[in-house]
Design a binder for this molecule. Structure first.
Ligand code: XMP
Length: 525
């Protein structure tokens, strides 16, 4: 449904694109992010995307990703001939390099052992443009079994490791290069330099991908898409919907109405802060709906996390729809869909990537109300959305906000949800966040308190207590897909524990979660 409204040619880009052809890599998104960090626009497409579709994106260069297959095995994914025939510069990474070597007439041999992890990379051709500025001996991250054993005509060896004689190769004449190592991962010391050399020196890409020019183009694009119609947006307080709404409001002013549903599952003072930020700082037209009682009643007696999520999703859509229907002439709904969700739906069915979590949004509503979608962030990664938010002047409280689940504190109050239990969690959570902000540097990626369904014995003053257990979760992560527990200073943990037990009635014990993801998840639910 969302696919139908997405444009094939992103007018908001207006730049040459580096097309990353995905052969089923674990790291395709990381490659795209690294290219964009070098201020070059990139998009990921499945390796077998028809040339006609690729052409609409003004490809300036190609990067071929790694992949789990062997390019010499039957049924392996192969590079379409138009890519080579295009004459554009190509960089093959891992599988991408092997496939390039094979298709250009070289030899790829099955390995008997795999080379995995960090390796010393010896740069043989210091004068090669690809390794310009890289020292002769540097560290690279390898992960392969097959190797290129014979070079195609026109290619020269550029670098090697102890186990891989041809760890980087190139045909400078045709501007085709291959690296067996992974320049996109941080363990490859010179990875950024190698990518930058490919993009700027070899491919000669000049356009700079910046959020300031993106904003100007995106605003013009929204005006064109929406015409004179009215638009609605569900504000959650999260960065995505905030940035999306701000862009749309810059484009069409007061023809945008935002609806903020307070489901009563937000953190301490959060609802007020969100409404203040949007109304008073961003001057958006916001309808704030106090639906706290309605949600609490619907959740009454429910302990199962999936059931909680379903109820909240259902009630959210119902409340939003009631309000939206009262606004005449609405034709569009703004959604803060990000690029990883778009890639996910594009590559669904291919072997690449892990399933991204299904997010809580107003799914189902566009169909029911015959609304079309405005998705101004559909080409952006999360860090780009934050940069864009800053560019648009959004307050740091919104732009730097931690990820927060749509179902809110419902997934952090384990067991039945009552107003009393929410109050206990809100207090404990506010204390934990305050102490972590004050005493932990750098701040972990995400941190919060969880109210467990466990009660245990304690002693306070002269009396025995039997009260609630609060758990503290603080993690480091890049994207929430994997995470490690944050090594918080003991003093911070001690302060959190003392303050929670002293200041929050009904809590007599605090524990710290020291589990990584996997095997645990970040939220306890
Ligand atoms: P888990 O618990 O799966 O969470 O390790 C990974 C990240 O996703 C956040 N999260 C959500 N975000 N809607 C969201 O927008 C949701 O329903 C949701 N559930 C979990 C979680 O806080 C963590 O950052």
């Amino acid at each position: 449904m969302q696919q139908a409204t997405r444009e094939a040619t992103p007018a908001a880009v207006g730049a040459e694109t580096v097309i990353i052809l995905d052969f089923g890599a674990q790291y395709a998104q990381l490659i795209a992010r690294r290219v964009r960090e070098a201020h070059v626009y990139s998009e990921i497409l499945p390796f077998d995307t028809p040339w006609a579709e690729i052409e609409t994106r003004k490809p300036g260069a190609f990067i071929l990703t790694g992949g789990p297959e062997s390019c010499i095995a039957p049924g392996a994914p192969h590079l379409p001939k138009e890519i080579l025939e295009s004459g554009k510069p190509i960089l093959g990474i891992c599988y991408g390099m092997q496939e390039l070597a094979r298709i250009c007439g070289g030899r790829v041999s099955p390995g008997t052992t795999s080379e995995y992890g960090k390796a010393d990379l010896k740069v043989k051709a210091a004068d090669s443009q690809l390794f310009d500025g890289v020292s002769d001996l540097t560290q690279a991250w390898m992960s392969h079994t097959d190797t290129v054993t014979e070079l195609p005509a026109g290619f020269v060896p550029l670098a090697s490791t102890a186990h891989c004689a041809l760890a980087a190769v190139g045909d400078p004449e045709r501007r085709i290069y291959g690296v067996q190592f992974h320049p996109e991962v941080m363990h490859t010391t010179a990875g950024r330099v190698v990518l930058d050399n490919f993009l700027r020196r070899i491919a000669g890409l000049r356009d700079r991908w910046e959020m300031s020019s993106f904003a100007t183009r995106a605003i013009a694009e929204i005006r064109q898409q929406v015409g004179d119609a009215r638009v609605i947006c569900a504000l959650s307080g999260g960065v995505d919907s905030a940035v999306a709404a701000t862009l749309v409001s810059r484009a069409i002013g007061d023809r945008l109405t935002c609806i903020f549903v307070d489901h009563g599952l937000l953190r301490e003072r959060e609802a007020e802060e969100v409404v203040e930020a949007f109304r008073d700082v961003m001057h958006l037209d916001v309808i704030a709906v106090d639906a706290r009682t309605r949600f609490l009643e619907a959740l009454s007696g429910v302990s199962d996390p999936e059931e909680k999520r379903k109820i909240i999703g259902r009630e959210f859509i119902a409340v939003f729809e009631e309000r939206a229907r009262a606004i005449p002439g609405v034709e569009f709904l703004v959604q803060g869909t990000l690029y990883p969700d778009v890639i996910e739906s594009k590559t669904a069915g291919s072997k690449s990537g892990a399933k991204i979590k299904t997010h809580h949004n107003v799914g189902g509503l566009p169909d029911r109300m015959a609304l079309r979608l405005v998705e101004p962030l559909r080409l952006l990664f999360k860090d780009e959305v934050r940069a864009l938010g800053r560019e648009l002047g959004l307050p740091e409280t919104i732009v730097g906000r931690q990820p927060f689940p749509g179902p809110g504190l419902a997934v952090r109050v384990l067991g039945a949800i009552t107003e009393e239990r929410l109050t206990v969690l809100r207090r404990a959570d506010a204390i934990a966040r305050e102490e972590i902000q004050r005493g932990a540097s750098p701040e972990p990626w995400q941190y919060f308190a969880v109210l467990t369904p466990i009660q245990s014995v304690g002693v306070m003053g002269d009396g025995r207590t039997y009260a609630d257990l609060i758990a503290i979760r603080a993690v480091t992560s890049d994207d929430g897909m994997t995470a490690d527990w944050a090594r918080l200073p003991y003093e911070v943990l001690q302060k959190i524990s003392t303050r929670i037990v002293n200041e929050v009635p009904g809590v007599n014990r605090v524990v710290y979660d020291i589990t990584s993801k996997p095997p645990a998840t970040i939220e306890w639910e």
